[in-house]
Write a protein of this length. Structure first.
Length: 275
């Protein structure tokens, strides 16, 4: 029997998840169908309930429903619990729903496996304090960095986030104007790139060996990555690998088989360049 999977969000037309998971299924010879579902902003709970009452086995969740999915899940993985947000739901044998957050694992995997960036003992700057950043902090801290610094336009939000995660490792908040020394790794976890904006940080944060990562992606490098390269960053990486990576972690949770995300990432990159 063909199992059903889907991604739920609003909007959802832009989602690449159906293409990614369809390639994973073909690669691993899994009998499943994965679709994108536009869900009314006030209809998430009903949509999830109806999906799992049918042949639905698993869901990916995107904006604006990740926090609602967190509250809806019957059980949570450690990374979902710490993130306070869920991007993956799975129907378990007893009928209960497990919630997970695979965003951080996807980003860590893209950096460490696809780009050979070692995070252990490194000074990491994370820009932003929203849900996207909340999902990556615990997986990053588990890599054993020297420190993580969070900077955000609203400093109080960065402070709260640092306090929430300081039990897991060395993490602090900083004002933008306090950032005046180079970091080993810089993560842009804001959506500023979508509007072409660049966070208000000094070029002093970039050194000769700095790796800069933007969680957004586009056909051309984002303005943030262009800025980083112009100011001497060693490597500038967009978020397409994170997208494919988090999907691979979800797929493994659902199907018990880890797909080769590298092959799919190459295919998605070629498709993006052809647009």
């Amino acid at each position: 029997m063909t199992d059903l999977y889907a991604v739920m969000g609003n909007p959802i037309h832009h989602s690449k998840s159906p293409q990614i998971h369809t390639q994973f299924a073909e690669q691993s010879k899994q009998d499943l169908v994965y679709s994108a579902m536009l869900v009314p902003v006030d209809g998430f709970k009903n949509a999830v309930t109806n999906f799992f009452k049918g042949k639905g086995q698993g869901l990916n969740i995107t904006v604006p429903f990740k926090e609602e999915a967190f509250k809806l899940a019957d059980q949570l993985t450690e990374r979902a619990q710490t993130a306070q947000a869920v991007n993956t739901l799975m129907l378990q044998e007893d009928g209960s729903i497990l919630g997970d957050n695979t965003d951080g694992a996807g980003l860590v995997g893209d950096l460490t496996l696809n780009n050979q960036v070692n995070l252990k003992g490194k000074r990491i700057l994370v820009i932003g304090a929203g849900g996207a950043v909340r999902g990556i902090l615990h997986p990053f801290l588990k890599q054993g960095p020297e420190s993580i610094t969070i900077a955000n336009r609203t400093f109080e939000k960065a402070q709260v986030l640092a306090e929430n995660f300081n039990e897991f490792g060395p993490i602090e908040a900083a004002e933008f104007d306090q950032l005046n020394t180079p970091f080993d790794v810089i993560i842009n976890g804001t959506s500023a790139s979508l509007s072409g904006d660049i966070p208000p940080i000094s070029t002093d944060v970039i050194g000769a060996d700095t790796v800069v990562y933007d969680m957004m992606y586009a056909k051309q490098p984002t303005n943030f990555l262009v800025w980083a390269q112009l100011n001497g960053a060693k490597k500038a990486i967009d978020g397409l690998g994170m997208l494919v990576g988090q999907a691979a972690v979800s797929f493994e949770l659902w199907r018990g088989q880890r797909p080769d995300s590298g092959i799919v990432l190459d295919a998605m990159r070629k498709q993006l360049q052809a647009l």
